[in-house]
Design a protein around this ligand. Sequence first.
Ligand code: IMP
Length: 415
Amino acid sequence: MTKVLVGLQWGDEGKGKIVDLLSQKSDMVIRFQGGCNAGHTVIANGETFKLHLIPSGILNPNTICILGSEVVIDMEVLINEINSLKERGISLDNFHISPYAHITMPYHRLTDSLEEKSRLKKIGTTAKGIGPTYTDKVNRSGIRLIDLFDKNIYFKRLFEIIEKKKLALSVYKDFIESDNAFDLYSVYNESLNLFESLKPYIKDSTDLVYQYKKSKKSIIMEGAQGSMLDINSTDYPFVTSSHTLSGAACLGTGITPMDITSVLGIAKAYATRVGSGNFPTELEDNDFDSIGYKIRKEGKEFGTTTGRIRRCGWLDLVLLKKAVLANGVTELALMKIDVLNDFDEIKICVDYDKDKNPIYVSFDGWEKINFPNIHDNVYKYIKFIEDYLEVPIAYLSVGPEREMTISLSKTSIEL
Ligand code: IMP
C-alpha cells in the first residue's frame, strides 16, 4: 500500500502532523521533493519537533525514513536537525539519504538572496537557496552527495563550477558583501566536513523500496509545500522550484504510478499563504479586530522556517477543487478546524464574479469543539466541503497534538 500525502493549498497545511500520525502504523516514509524551505511541526507526547528535511515519520523508531533524490539537501541544516533529534533520544538508525540528492551550496543561498533583491516584484522566497539548487540540477551544474565521495573529482568539479558562478554573479557585485560563498577552499573544506557527519546515512534505498513494495508493506510518500506552489502552477513565478503534486512522488524514489494506492490531500479549514502571489480570499489583518488578525493569532500563523507572518483568508473551494483534481485526491484531511472556534460567521468561497472577486457562502459559527464531541455547525461546515470537492474527509484535526485527530468514515459524513 503506497499512500501519497500532499498539501492542497500554499503549504503549511499540517502535513507533518498527519505523516507522524499515519507513520505510527507505516513501514516506510519517503520525502520526495523540496528542501529546507519546508517546516513540518509535529507535537507528540507533549513535545514539539520542528522538522525541515527529515521525514515526519522519524518519531516511530520502526519506520524507515528516506530522503529521495528530488529532495535538495542543505547539509548544515540537516546535521543540526539530526543532532537535535538525537539529543532528544530519537533514533536515527532507520534514516537514509539518497546519494543522488543535490546539495544546496553556500553560493545557492547567496544567489537566492541576490536574485530576490534584484526582482522588481518579490517572490518572497525563504532565502534557503532552493531555486538556485534546482536551477543548477536542471542545468547539470549541480553537486550531488555522491560527488563528495571522491575528493579529487569533487575538487575539480567545484573549481569549474565556482569559476563560472563568479563570472555569472559579477552582475551583482555591488550587492555582494562577503564572497566566502565563492571561496573555493573554504567551500570545499567546509562541505567535506559536513559530508563526513552525513556519511553514515547516505545509502541508496531503491532496492529496499522495491522489497517493501513486493512484500506489500505500507509506504507513505511525504510531500512538502503545497499544490498551489508547484513550479507549474498558474501563479508562476510566485511558486517554489519543485514539483509539489502527487505525481512527483514517483520521481527518484523507486515508486512508480502503478504503486500508488491512495492520495491523501491535506487542507486547512481556512487558507494561509507566505510570500507574494495571488490570494483571492485574503482577509484584512490591519487591526486587532480584523478577522485576518484573529485567524492568524488563533492559528499561530507564523512560518516555521522563516518566522514570517502568514497571510490569512477564508477557505477557497474553487482553488481547492483544482488541487484535488490535479493530485487525484482520494481522501482528505481537514486541519485546524478548532482555529475557527468563536466566530459568529464563517465563509467559504464557492465561485468568483466577473471581476474575479470571491463569491461566498456563509455558515453559522460554533463556540468550542468539545473533543471528541463535535458541534453540529462543524459538521455542516465540513459536510459542505466534502460535497463540493466530492472527496471524503477521512481525518479532522481539532488541535495540534497527535491525539487531537478524529478519524471519520471513509465513505461520507453523516449529518
Ligand atoms: P522558495 O521555495 O524558498 O523558493 O520560496 C518560493 C515561495 O514558496 C515563497 O512564497 C515561499 O514563501 C513559499 N514556500 C516555500 N516553502 C514553503 C513552505 O514550506 N510553506 C509555505 N510556503 C513555502
